[in-house]
Design a protein around this ligand. Structure first.
Ligand SMILES: Cc1cc2nc3c(=O)[nH]c(=O)nc-3n(C[C@H](O)[C@H](O)[C@H](O)COP(=O)(O)OP(=O)(O)OC[C@H]3O[C@@H](n4cnc5c(N)ncnc54)[C@H](O)[C@@H]3O)c2cc1C
Length: 380
Protein backbone atom coordinates (compact mmCIF):
# COMPACT_ATOMS: atom_id res chain seq x y z
CA UNK A 1 0.00 0.00 0.00
CA UNK A 2 1.41 3.41 -0.97
CA UNK A 3 1.61 6.12 1.71
CA UNK A 4 -0.86 9.04 1.58
CA UNK A 5 0.47 12.12 -0.22
CA UNK A 6 1.75 14.81 2.10
CA UNK A 7 1.94 18.56 2.35
CA UNK A 8 3.19 20.85 5.12
CA UNK A 9 0.08 23.05 5.26
CA UNK A 10 -3.35 22.33 3.79
CA UNK A 11 -5.69 25.26 3.21
CA UNK A 12 -9.40 24.45 2.95
CA UNK A 13 -11.01 27.05 0.68
CA UNK A 14 -9.64 28.83 -2.38
CA UNK A 15 -11.21 32.24 -1.86
CA UNK A 16 -9.11 35.35 -1.33
CA UNK A 17 -8.54 34.58 2.35
CA UNK A 18 -7.30 31.05 1.58
CA UNK A 19 -5.09 32.29 -1.26
CA UNK A 20 -3.59 35.09 0.82
CA UNK A 21 -2.75 32.58 3.57
CA UNK A 22 -1.39 30.03 1.09
CA UNK A 23 0.89 32.62 -0.50
CA UNK A 24 2.25 33.91 2.80
CA UNK A 25 2.91 30.39 4.11
CA UNK A 26 4.59 29.28 0.88
CA UNK A 27 6.81 32.36 0.95
CA UNK A 28 7.92 31.17 4.38
CA UNK A 29 9.29 28.02 2.74
CA UNK A 30 6.49 25.54 3.48
CA UNK A 31 4.79 23.21 0.99
CA UNK A 32 1.17 24.35 0.71
CA UNK A 33 -1.86 22.69 -0.89
CA UNK A 34 -5.15 24.56 -1.34
CA UNK A 35 -8.28 22.38 -1.49
CA UNK A 36 -11.13 24.26 -3.16
CA UNK A 37 -14.50 22.50 -3.34
CA UNK A 38 -15.52 24.29 -6.55
CA UNK A 39 -13.47 26.87 -8.47
CA UNK A 40 -11.01 29.40 -7.05
CA UNK A 41 -12.90 32.49 -5.88
CA UNK A 42 -16.29 30.98 -6.75
CA UNK A 43 -18.17 32.47 -3.78
CA UNK A 44 -17.81 35.71 -1.77
CA UNK A 45 -14.44 36.65 -3.22
CA UNK A 46 -15.56 36.97 -6.84
CA UNK A 47 -18.92 38.55 -5.92
CA UNK A 48 -17.33 41.18 -3.69
CA UNK A 49 -17.79 44.91 -4.18
CA UNK A 50 -14.08 45.26 -3.51
CA UNK A 51 -14.45 48.06 -0.99
CA UNK A 52 -11.31 48.70 1.07
CA UNK A 53 -12.96 50.43 4.00
CA UNK A 54 -11.72 51.35 7.43
CA UNK A 55 -14.61 53.84 7.78
CA UNK A 56 -17.15 52.86 10.46
CA UNK A 57 -15.59 49.47 11.20
CA UNK A 58 -16.36 47.55 14.37
CA UNK A 59 -13.91 48.80 17.05
CA UNK A 60 -12.39 45.30 17.26
CA UNK A 61 -11.38 45.47 13.59
CA UNK A 62 -10.03 49.01 13.32
CA UNK A 63 -6.40 48.16 14.09
CA UNK A 64 -6.55 45.24 11.66
CA UNK A 65 -7.98 47.18 8.74
CA UNK A 66 -5.72 50.18 9.31
CA UNK A 67 -2.75 47.78 9.15
CA UNK A 68 -4.13 46.28 5.92
CA UNK A 69 -4.44 49.63 4.10
CA UNK A 70 -0.72 50.25 3.42
CA UNK A 71 -0.48 46.68 2.13
CA UNK A 72 -3.17 47.47 -0.47
CA UNK A 73 -1.13 50.42 -1.69
CA UNK A 74 1.84 48.12 -2.40
CA UNK A 75 -0.07 44.98 -3.37
CA UNK A 76 0.27 45.18 -7.17
CA UNK A 77 4.02 45.40 -6.78
CA UNK A 78 4.09 42.60 -4.22
CA UNK A 79 1.97 40.25 -6.35
CA UNK A 80 3.56 41.23 -9.67
CA UNK A 81 0.31 42.31 -11.34
CA UNK A 82 -2.45 44.87 -10.89
CA UNK A 83 -5.30 44.59 -8.39
CA UNK A 84 -7.05 47.83 -9.39
CA UNK A 85 -6.57 49.47 -5.99
CA UNK A 86 -7.55 53.14 -5.93
CA UNK A 87 -7.50 55.25 -2.76
CA UNK A 88 -10.66 57.16 -3.69
CA UNK A 89 -11.69 57.85 -0.10
CA UNK A 90 -14.88 56.51 1.49
CA UNK A 91 -17.66 58.72 2.86
CA UNK A 92 -20.69 58.02 5.02
CA UNK A 93 -23.22 60.72 4.31
CA UNK A 94 -25.78 62.17 6.76
CA UNK A 95 -29.17 63.05 5.31
CA UNK A 96 -30.77 64.42 8.48
CA UNK A 97 -29.87 65.78 11.91
CA UNK A 98 -30.12 62.39 13.63
CA UNK A 99 -27.71 60.86 11.10
CA UNK A 100 -25.32 63.77 11.52
CA UNK A 101 -25.38 63.35 15.30
CA UNK A 102 -24.73 59.61 14.90
CA UNK A 103 -21.71 60.30 12.69
CA UNK A 104 -20.32 62.86 15.15
CA UNK A 105 -20.72 60.32 17.95
CA UNK A 106 -18.95 57.71 15.86
CA UNK A 107 -16.06 60.10 15.07
CA UNK A 108 -15.68 60.79 18.80
CA UNK A 109 -15.66 57.06 19.60
CA UNK A 110 -12.90 56.42 17.07
CA UNK A 111 -10.87 59.36 18.44
CA UNK A 112 -11.31 58.00 21.99
CA UNK A 113 -9.86 54.70 20.79
CA UNK A 114 -6.77 56.60 19.62
CA UNK A 115 -7.44 56.67 15.87
CA UNK A 116 -7.46 59.80 13.70
CA UNK A 117 -8.46 58.43 10.29
CA UNK A 118 -12.20 59.31 10.48
CA UNK A 119 -12.84 63.00 9.86
CA UNK A 120 -16.17 64.89 9.92
CA UNK A 121 -17.01 67.02 6.88
CA UNK A 122 -19.57 69.79 7.22
CA UNK A 123 -22.04 70.51 4.44
CA UNK A 124 -19.72 72.87 2.53
CA UNK A 125 -16.78 70.47 2.76
CA UNK A 126 -18.98 67.58 1.60
CA UNK A 127 -20.22 69.54 -1.45
CA UNK A 128 -16.67 70.63 -2.26
CA UNK A 129 -15.54 67.01 -2.25
CA UNK A 130 -18.64 65.52 -3.87
CA UNK A 131 -20.37 68.24 -5.96
CA UNK A 132 -22.90 65.71 -7.27
CA UNK A 133 -24.38 64.81 -3.88
CA UNK A 134 -28.03 65.79 -3.27
CA UNK A 135 -28.53 69.21 -1.63
CA UNK A 136 -30.45 67.82 1.34
CA UNK A 137 -27.29 66.13 2.66
CA UNK A 138 -25.87 67.74 5.81
CA UNK A 139 -22.34 66.38 6.12
CA UNK A 140 -20.33 63.17 6.10
CA UNK A 141 -17.71 61.10 7.85
CA UNK A 142 -14.65 60.65 5.62
CA UNK A 143 -11.65 58.33 5.53
CA UNK A 144 -9.46 59.84 2.84
CA UNK A 145 -7.10 56.89 2.32
CA UNK A 146 -9.81 54.22 2.05
CA UNK A 147 -10.77 53.11 -1.44
CA UNK A 148 -11.56 50.04 -3.49
CA UNK A 149 -9.90 47.37 -5.63
CA UNK A 150 -10.98 45.03 -8.40
CA UNK A 151 -11.93 41.67 -6.83
CA UNK A 152 -11.41 39.64 -10.01
CA UNK A 153 -8.01 41.23 -10.71
CA UNK A 154 -7.11 40.62 -7.05
CA UNK A 155 -8.09 36.95 -7.36
CA UNK A 156 -6.05 36.55 -10.55
CA UNK A 157 -3.04 38.23 -8.95
CA UNK A 158 -3.18 36.13 -5.75
CA UNK A 159 -3.68 32.91 -7.66
CA UNK A 160 -0.74 33.58 -9.99
CA UNK A 161 1.53 34.71 -7.13
CA UNK A 162 0.61 31.67 -5.03
CA UNK A 163 1.36 29.32 -7.90
CA UNK A 164 4.68 31.05 -8.59
CA UNK A 165 5.51 30.57 -4.89
CA UNK A 166 4.91 26.83 -5.33
CA UNK A 167 1.38 26.48 -3.93
CA UNK A 168 -0.57 23.50 -5.32
CA UNK A 169 -4.20 24.46 -5.98
CA UNK A 170 -6.67 21.56 -6.23
CA UNK A 171 -10.05 22.69 -7.58
CA UNK A 172 -13.29 20.67 -7.42
CA UNK A 173 -11.78 18.92 -4.40
CA UNK A 174 -14.09 19.45 -1.44
CA UNK A 175 -12.71 18.54 1.96
CA UNK A 176 -15.05 16.04 3.65
CA UNK A 177 -13.38 15.90 7.03
CA UNK A 178 -10.22 16.30 9.08
CA UNK A 179 -8.83 13.43 11.14
CA UNK A 180 -5.98 13.34 13.63
CA UNK A 181 -3.21 11.16 12.27
CA UNK A 182 -0.30 10.63 14.64
CA UNK A 183 1.42 14.00 14.87
CA UNK A 184 -0.39 15.33 11.81
CA UNK A 185 -3.85 15.67 10.28
CA UNK A 186 -5.37 13.77 7.37
CA UNK A 187 -7.44 15.94 5.04
CA UNK A 188 -10.17 13.66 3.71
CA UNK A 189 -11.33 14.16 0.13
CA UNK A 190 -13.34 12.09 -2.37
CA UNK A 191 -10.13 10.96 -4.05
CA UNK A 192 -8.28 10.03 -0.88
CA UNK A 193 -6.53 11.54 2.08
CA UNK A 194 -3.63 13.97 2.18
CA UNK A 195 -1.47 14.22 5.29
CA UNK A 196 -0.61 17.67 6.52
CA UNK A 197 1.25 19.04 9.52
CA UNK A 198 -1.23 21.90 9.81
CA UNK A 199 -4.58 22.85 8.29
CA UNK A 200 -6.20 26.26 7.77
CA UNK A 201 -9.99 26.45 7.68
CA UNK A 202 -10.63 29.25 5.16
CA UNK A 203 -13.95 27.86 3.96
CA UNK A 204 -15.90 31.14 4.08
CA UNK A 205 -19.61 30.59 4.71
CA UNK A 206 -18.91 26.87 5.24
CA UNK A 207 -16.15 27.43 7.79
CA UNK A 208 -18.63 26.94 10.62
CA UNK A 209 -19.44 23.45 9.34
CA UNK A 210 -15.79 22.48 9.52
CA UNK A 211 -15.53 23.91 13.02
CA UNK A 212 -18.65 21.94 14.00
CA UNK A 213 -17.03 18.73 12.72
CA UNK A 214 -14.16 19.48 15.06
CA UNK A 215 -16.57 19.80 17.96
CA UNK A 216 -16.45 23.59 18.25
CA UNK A 217 -19.64 24.88 16.59
CA UNK A 218 -19.83 28.52 15.59
CA UNK A 219 -22.97 30.30 14.45
CA UNK A 220 -22.22 31.30 10.83
CA UNK A 221 -25.17 32.30 8.68
CA UNK A 222 -24.74 32.08 4.89
CA UNK A 223 -26.00 35.40 3.48
CA UNK A 224 -26.51 36.07 -0.21
CA UNK A 225 -25.31 39.64 -0.58
CA UNK A 226 -26.33 41.30 -3.84
CA UNK A 227 -24.78 43.94 -6.06
CA UNK A 228 -25.72 45.77 -9.27
CA UNK A 229 -23.92 47.73 -11.95
CA UNK A 230 -25.35 50.44 -14.21
CA UNK A 231 -24.67 51.34 -17.83
CA UNK A 232 -21.97 54.04 -18.10
CA UNK A 233 -22.89 57.57 -16.99
CA UNK A 234 -20.96 60.85 -17.13
CA UNK A 235 -18.67 61.21 -14.13
CA UNK A 236 -20.60 62.41 -11.04
CA UNK A 237 -18.95 60.97 -7.89
CA UNK A 238 -15.37 60.72 -6.64
CA UNK A 239 -15.32 58.45 -3.59
CA UNK A 240 -17.07 55.33 -2.35
CA UNK A 241 -20.33 56.54 -0.79
CA UNK A 242 -22.33 55.04 2.04
CA UNK A 243 -25.17 56.48 4.07
CA UNK A 244 -25.79 56.67 7.80
CA UNK A 245 -29.12 54.94 8.38
CA UNK A 246 -29.60 53.46 4.92
CA UNK A 247 -28.20 50.40 3.16
CA UNK A 248 -25.93 51.83 0.48
CA UNK A 249 -22.51 51.61 -1.06
CA UNK A 250 -21.82 53.13 -4.46
CA UNK A 251 -18.82 53.99 -6.56
CA UNK A 252 -18.20 54.96 -10.17
CA UNK A 253 -15.64 53.09 -12.17
CA UNK A 254 -13.24 54.66 -14.68
CA UNK A 255 -15.48 53.48 -17.55
CA UNK A 256 -18.48 55.37 -16.09
CA UNK A 257 -20.41 52.36 -14.79
CA UNK A 258 -21.67 52.64 -11.21
CA UNK A 259 -21.42 49.70 -8.82
CA UNK A 260 -24.21 49.76 -6.23
CA UNK A 261 -24.67 47.57 -3.16
CA UNK A 262 -24.67 47.95 0.59
CA UNK A 263 -25.61 44.63 2.20
CA UNK A 264 -28.94 44.09 0.46
CA UNK A 265 -29.61 40.36 0.63
CA UNK A 266 -30.75 38.17 -2.22
CA UNK A 267 -31.95 34.58 -2.07
CA UNK A 268 -29.47 32.03 -0.80
CA UNK A 269 -29.56 28.25 -0.99
CA UNK A 270 -26.49 27.28 0.98
CA UNK A 271 -26.81 23.54 0.38
CA UNK A 272 -26.96 24.11 -3.41
CA UNK A 273 -24.28 26.81 -2.90
CA UNK A 274 -26.26 29.30 -4.98
CA UNK A 275 -27.30 32.91 -4.40
CA UNK A 276 -29.50 35.05 -6.62
CA UNK A 277 -30.33 38.76 -6.47
CA UNK A 278 -33.92 39.82 -5.80
CA UNK A 279 -35.16 42.32 -8.40
CA UNK A 280 -37.26 44.34 -5.95
CA UNK A 281 -34.17 44.88 -3.83
CA UNK A 282 -32.15 45.87 -6.91
CA UNK A 283 -34.81 48.56 -7.52
CA UNK A 284 -34.78 49.66 -3.86
CA UNK A 285 -30.99 49.86 -3.87
CA UNK A 286 -30.97 52.01 -7.04
CA UNK A 287 -33.71 54.27 -5.64
CA UNK A 288 -31.64 54.93 -2.50
CA UNK A 289 -28.57 55.66 -4.62
CA UNK A 290 -30.52 58.06 -6.87
CA UNK A 291 -31.90 59.84 -3.80
CA UNK A 292 -28.34 60.69 -2.80
CA UNK A 293 -27.06 61.36 -6.33
CA UNK A 294 -29.66 62.85 -8.71
CA UNK A 295 -27.32 62.06 -11.64
CA UNK A 296 -28.40 58.44 -11.16
CA UNK A 297 -32.06 59.20 -12.04
CA UNK A 298 -31.67 57.97 -15.66
CA UNK A 299 -29.43 55.01 -14.67
CA UNK A 300 -30.13 51.62 -16.14
CA UNK A 301 -29.01 48.46 -14.31
CA UNK A 302 -27.22 46.17 -16.75
CA UNK A 303 -26.23 43.37 -14.36
CA UNK A 304 -26.99 42.18 -10.85
CA UNK A 305 -25.43 39.33 -8.96
CA UNK A 306 -25.22 37.79 -5.50
CA UNK A 307 -22.55 35.86 -3.61
CA UNK A 308 -22.63 33.77 -0.45
CA UNK A 309 -20.84 35.28 2.51
CA UNK A 310 -20.44 33.73 5.98
CA UNK A 311 -21.90 35.99 8.67
CA UNK A 312 -20.96 35.30 12.26
CA UNK A 313 -23.24 36.13 15.15
CA UNK A 314 -21.23 39.22 16.14
CA UNK A 315 -20.34 40.11 12.52
CA UNK A 316 -16.65 39.55 13.25
CA UNK A 317 -14.48 36.86 11.69
CA UNK A 318 -13.17 33.79 13.45
CA UNK A 319 -9.37 33.86 13.25
CA UNK A 320 -7.14 31.73 15.40
CA UNK A 321 -6.28 28.21 16.53
CA UNK A 322 -8.84 25.45 16.95
CA UNK A 323 -9.39 24.57 20.60
CA UNK A 324 -10.21 20.95 19.82
CA UNK A 325 -7.73 19.91 17.12
CA UNK A 326 -4.13 21.12 17.53
CA UNK A 327 -2.64 22.15 14.19
CA UNK A 328 -5.86 23.64 12.80
CA UNK A 329 -6.20 27.40 12.39
CA UNK A 330 -9.54 29.00 11.55
CA UNK A 331 -9.95 32.06 9.28
CA UNK A 332 -13.58 32.33 8.19
CA UNK A 333 -16.85 34.19 8.65
CA UNK A 334 -15.66 37.62 7.50
CA UNK A 335 -19.26 38.92 7.66
CA UNK A 336 -19.37 41.19 4.62
CA UNK A 337 -16.10 43.04 5.04
CA UNK A 338 -13.26 40.55 4.59
CA UNK A 339 -12.03 41.83 1.23
CA UNK A 340 -10.38 44.85 2.85
CA UNK A 341 -8.42 42.55 5.19
CA UNK A 342 -7.11 40.10 2.57
CA UNK A 343 -3.47 41.30 2.27
CA UNK A 344 -3.02 41.22 6.06
CA UNK A 345 -4.74 37.96 6.99
CA UNK A 346 -2.26 35.82 5.02
CA UNK A 347 0.85 37.14 6.78
CA UNK A 348 -0.83 37.07 10.22
CA UNK A 349 -1.98 33.47 9.88
CA UNK A 350 1.45 32.49 8.52
CA UNK A 351 3.00 34.01 11.66
CA UNK A 352 0.63 31.93 13.82
CA UNK A 353 1.55 28.77 11.93
CA UNK A 354 5.21 29.50 12.65
CA UNK A 355 4.38 29.71 16.35
CA UNK A 356 4.92 33.47 16.48
CA UNK A 357 2.63 36.09 17.96
CA UNK A 358 0.89 37.87 15.08
CA UNK A 359 2.13 41.43 14.59
CA UNK A 360 -1.46 42.69 14.93
CA UNK A 361 -3.39 41.12 17.80
CA UNK A 362 -6.08 38.61 16.80
CA UNK A 363 -7.29 37.72 20.28
CA UNK A 364 -10.70 39.36 19.74
CA UNK A 365 -11.38 36.97 16.87
CA UNK A 366 -10.63 33.77 18.75
CA UNK A 367 -13.17 30.96 18.36
CA UNK A 368 -13.47 30.60 22.13
CA UNK A 369 -15.76 33.66 22.22
CA UNK A 370 -18.53 31.33 21.04
CA UNK A 371 -17.80 28.47 23.39
CA UNK A 372 -20.67 29.25 25.77
CA UNK A 373 -23.19 30.06 23.07
CA UNK A 374 -23.99 26.66 21.63
CA UNK A 375 -27.70 27.20 22.26
CA UNK A 376 -27.64 30.14 19.81
CA UNK A 377 -26.73 27.98 16.79
CA UNK A 378 -30.00 27.90 14.90
CA UNK A 379 -30.38 29.02 11.31
CA UNK A 380 -33.31 26.88 10.29
C1 LIG B 1 -21.79 40.82 -2.77
C2 LIG B 1 -20.65 40.97 -1.80
C3 LIG B 1 -20.06 42.23 -1.64
C4 LIG B 1 -19.00 42.38 -0.75
N1 LIG B 1 -18.38 43.60 -0.66
C5 LIG B 1 -17.32 43.76 0.17
C6 LIG B 1 -16.63 45.00 0.24
O1 LIG B 1 -16.98 45.97 -0.44
N2 LIG B 1 -15.57 45.11 1.08
C7 LIG B 1 -15.16 44.06 1.85
O2 LIG B 1 -14.20 44.22 2.60
N3 LIG B 1 -15.77 42.86 1.79
C8 LIG B 1 -16.83 42.69 0.97
N4 LIG B 1 -17.47 41.49 0.89
C9 LIG B 1 -16.99 40.40 1.74
C10 LIG B 1 -15.74 39.76 1.17
O3 LIG B 1 -15.88 39.59 -0.23
C11 LIG B 1 -15.53 38.43 1.87
O4 LIG B 1 -15.44 38.67 3.28
C12 LIG B 1 -14.26 37.70 1.43
O5 LIG B 1 -14.22 37.58 0.03
C13 LIG B 1 -14.25 36.33 2.10
O6 LIG B 1 -13.27 35.54 1.47
P1 LIG B 1 -13.16 34.00 1.86
O7 LIG B 1 -11.98 33.49 1.13
O8 LIG B 1 -13.20 33.88 3.35
O9 LIG B 1 -14.53 33.37 1.36
P2 LIG B 1 -14.91 32.77 -0.06
O10 LIG B 1 -14.45 33.65 -1.16
O11 LIG B 1 -16.36 32.46 -0.01
O12 LIG B 1 -14.05 31.45 -0.13
C14 LIG B 1 -14.35 30.31 0.61
C15 LIG B 1 -14.12 29.12 -0.29
O13 LIG B 1 -14.17 27.93 0.45
C16 LIG B 1 -14.66 26.92 -0.39
N5 LIG B 1 -15.11 25.81 0.45
C17 LIG B 1 -16.12 25.80 1.34
N6 LIG B 1 -16.20 24.60 1.95
C18 LIG B 1 -15.21 23.83 1.44
C19 LIG B 1 -14.77 22.50 1.66
N7 LIG B 1 -15.36 21.70 2.58
N8 LIG B 1 -13.72 22.04 0.95
C20 LIG B 1 -13.09 22.84 0.06
N9 LIG B 1 -13.46 24.11 -0.21
C21 LIG B 1 -14.50 24.60 0.48
C22 LIG B 1 -15.78 27.60 -1.16
O14 LIG B 1 -16.09 26.92 -2.35
C23 LIG B 1 -15.17 28.99 -1.39
O15 LIG B 1 -14.56 29.11 -2.66
C24 LIG B 1 -18.53 41.29 0.01
C25 LIG B 1 -19.12 40.03 -0.16
C26 LIG B 1 -20.16 39.87 -1.06
C27 LIG B 1 -20.76 38.51 -1.24
Amino acid sequence: MSAAPTTDVAVVGGGLIGLSIALAVARGGQRVTVFEGEGVGRHASSASAGGVRSLNRHPAEIALVRAALPLWAGLAQDLGQGVGFFASGQLRVAEDDAALAALEKRAALTRDLGFTHEVMLDRAALFAREPGVARHCLGALLVADDGFADPLATLRAYRAAAQRAGVTICQNRPVRGLARDGGGITVQTDTGGVRANAVVNAAGAWGGQIAAQLGEPVPVEPRGLQMSVTAPLPSFVNGVIGSEGRKLSLKQMANGTVVIGGAYQGNVDASARMARPLQRRVAANLATAAHLFPALAPARIIRSWAGIEGWSQDALPVIGPSKTMPGVIHAFGFSGHGFALVPLIGPLVAQMLMGKNPTVSLTQFDISRFSNREEDVNYA
